[in-house]
Design a protein around this ligand. Sequence first.
Ligand SMILES: Cc1ncc(COP(=O)(O)O)c(C=O)c1O
Length: 412
Amino acid sequence: MVFDTTLIPLAAGRSGDDPIFSLNAEARKRAAAGESILNATIGALLEDDGGLAILPSVSDAVAKVDPRRAASYAPISGEPAFQQAVIDDTFGRSPLNKFSVAAATPGGTGAILHAITSFLEPGHSILVPEYYWGPYQTIAAHTARKVETFTMFDDEGRFNLEAFDAGLSKQLERQGRVLFISNFPCNNPTGYSLDDDEWEGLSEIIERNSKSGPVTFLLDLAYARFGAAGSERWVEHVERFAHCAQLLVAWTASKAFAQYGARVGALIAVHPNPSERERLKAAMGFACRGTWSNCNHQAMVAITELLLDPEKRRRATGEREVLKRLLRERVDAFNQAASGTSLRYPRYEGGFFVSVFTPDAEKTAARMRELGVYVVPLQGAVRIALCSTQASEVPRLVAALEEGLKAAGGEA
Ligand SMILES: Cc1ncc(COP(=O)(O)O)c(C=O)c1O
């Protein structure tokens, strides 16, 4: 018997393919057929030989977890030691530490899902800059929410505080609440990190607007550990508004511990009032039970040890420093090769990606594919994964970008 699927109409028209994964598959197929391919689509840090960069200390810790403990269910919101370890890792000695509660989530993705479903009504929109991680939109659509953007950069190429202020206050007036997702330091896809002046401006805007209604600020820390020196000062800036706006942090081991598949993450919520913290904790626990129930226990135990045991922590930090240096080399190589060309891109000081502006991203990316170079087309820019491009390949990448821009009628 043949019958039509019983998918509801909203779900029936959905694309199951992430466009980045499709491009990556095409690049791999051509490479396997013997072509010389430069695949700058992959969002994971690769060694120069193309293998996934990992931290051996993490693999050791995962392997040493007692098998019965690994096989058992983790508590719904994660082990208390894990919760406190990620709070300490995020806030250190900041006064925000003691005002924080956390729940384990599968990576930052799970934390973002909880933030969207627990802090925004169905039908409402999240607020993000125009360059944002695509799955924010997927998660919003999947949970009957939407996305609203504001112009990310001003005429001088700096974070557009004016547009942020206007977007935030308009949304607050219309929706009666705001959930702003901020993916700094090391924004995906632009690589942009806010400097101290920009953080100060942003914090002032949040503090001021929170007087007109409930503002939630979610900091998606995905790539933060790979930021330039000084980028960790975001903590001091958010202290300014944590008394009046709901501060949330999406913490993840995916990039910081190069443990993408383990799905270890957490949502941290900060509130000065103990009874509000209890409500936050309960809401997060409920959301965990209502989605994935509980997270990967083995990796949670291992990451907790790496965060708490001074010797293991030192080893992991040292190994991460090696990876940071590898990425730093590529960032420097890109800035060097692009200087003197007409490529336009935001200030890039660290992080897995950078984006180059183009009047027609599809044309630019298509021309680059003809040259065997794969990047991800976005609205108004192409995203380049330096995390998966060795420094010696950067001149080829930049030359292809110039060709791609020409094909799009851009300046190069
Ligand atoms: C900006 C951003 N946020 C969050 C994530 C979530 O990653 P994970 O769920 O593995 O922590 C990613 C992963 O690519 C990302 O790029």
